[in-house]
Design a protein around this ligand. Structure first.
Ligand code: UD1
Length: 349
């Protein structure tokens, strides 16, 4: 088969790293990068450290309001798909690059495969939820990371082509495990941290980053924690923070975004992870680190049900209380599959 993977944003690079490797054992695959993320630390670094094959097309679409950004991608992807011949197009996750890829392919009658299909948080005010729902309804292969995701699709009347394969980010985490211990030691030494004594934080959702009130609540919560706080800052959040007049206590360390391996290496010995990212909630669970989610809802409901994730929003009192929660009991089972999601995906053609 001749397949195209469409990526553009940081979380998609993590997913394509493992899927691409499995696909190329059996098929011909080309990578199309929309250019949604373009800073070294948001894109190229991931290609380098995860050995992702260089994109065959880089569309350079960049940032912008949703309509303009998605529109530019749609036009540029359509041009590539018209020029090349693909048996299927694979899209990943829930970003504007996902939706643009799915829409461009579907309109050209090229079958669409969605990796991480079926996730829902039932909040249509989040751009990611809109992107997920529409991409799923345009897809003929729907690769679900959890059983819940399969049920969500069935509830929307999508029953054909739905397959529970497990989570490709779990595959990747297993594959990089041997590298993490040494890297962890180096990072802790460089940052003068000891295991289980610090919090690791990320914040980038529009609903938080674009709201001064939300960011003030988060900052107050972090300022009140009695431990070092490591906070790699997404460029979107950094840009917004400049206008919010927030003072950070000395124990809160704002830094450039980290690559995938450093993030996992630091995460594995964190006392708590605080985040509004979807992927990191799940990675916290897989690393057995209790997670405090700075949102009101989640698409990774299994992590909450298992007691390893609490949804707190952005009130500082709730954040501090959740960090102080005792460590939960070990989970009874892993809802994210067997670590062979990418191989299953590759074999489905
Ligand atoms: C996007 C995804 C989000 C995902 C996140 C991961 C959508 C709607 N959202 O959000 O689901 O969790 O990626 O990171 O697709 N910027 C830079 N350099 C970059 C990238 C972004 O400076 O390399 C800044 C720009 O000011 C840009 C802003 O960040 O306007 C937002 O970037 P955008 O790609 O639109 O959305 P994200 O917030 O990154």
């Amino acid at each position: 088969m001749r397949l195209a993977s469409i990526v553009g944003a940081r979380p998609q690079l993590v997913k394509v790293a493992v899927v691409s490797r499995a696909l190329r054992q059996l098929h011909e695959e080309l990578i199309i990068h929309t250019g949604q993320h373009y800073d070294y630390s948001m894109s190229e670094q991931f290609f380098d450290e995860l050995n992702i094959p260089a994109p065959d097309y880089h569309l350079g679409c960049g940032s912008g309001p949703h309509g303009a950004q998605t529109g530019r991608m749609l036009e540029a992807i359509e041009e590539v798909l018209t020029r090349e011949r693909f048996d299927a197009v694979i899209v990943y996750g829930d970003t504007n690059s996902t939706l643009a890829g799915a829409l461009a392919a579907a309109k050209l009658h090229i079958p669409v495969a969605h990796v991480e299909a079926g996730l829902r948080n039932f909040d249509q005010s989040m751009p990611e939820e809109i992107n997920r729902v529409l991409s799923d309804h345009l897809s003929s292969h729907l690769f679900c990371p959890t059983e819940t995701a399969c049920r969500n699709l069935n509830n929307e009347g999508i029953t054909h082509g739905v397959e529970f394969v497990g989570d490709v980010m779990y595959d990747l985490l297993l594959q990089v495990q041997p590298e993490l211990a040494g890297r962890n030691e180096r990072l802790l030494r460089a940052l003068r941290l000891s295991p289980q004594s610090y919090a690791l934080v990320t914040v980038h959702r529009a609903v938080n980053a674009d709201s001064a009130e939300a960011m003030r609540g988060i900052a107050e919560g972090l300022n009140r924690l009695e431990m070092p706080v490591i906070f790699p800052v997404h460029p979107r959040t950094r840009a917004r923070l400049e206008g919010y007049d927030i003072t950070w206590e000395k124990h809160v360390h704002l830094m450039e975004p980290l690559g995938y391996l450093d993030m996992m290496a630091l995460g594995r010995t964190a006392y708590r992870i605080l985040t509004d990212s979807g992927g990191l909630q799940k990675e916290a669970f897989l690393l057995r680190v209790p997670c405090v989610t700075l949102r009101e809802e989640t698409e990774w409901v299994e992590t909450v049900e298992a007691g390893w994730n609490v949804l707190v929003g952005t009130r500082w009192q709730d954040i501090v209380k959740a960090v102080d929660r005792p460590r939960p009991e070990p989970p009874e089972h892993n809802p994210f599959g067997e670590g062979d999601a990418a191989v299953r995906i590759a074999h489905s053609w």
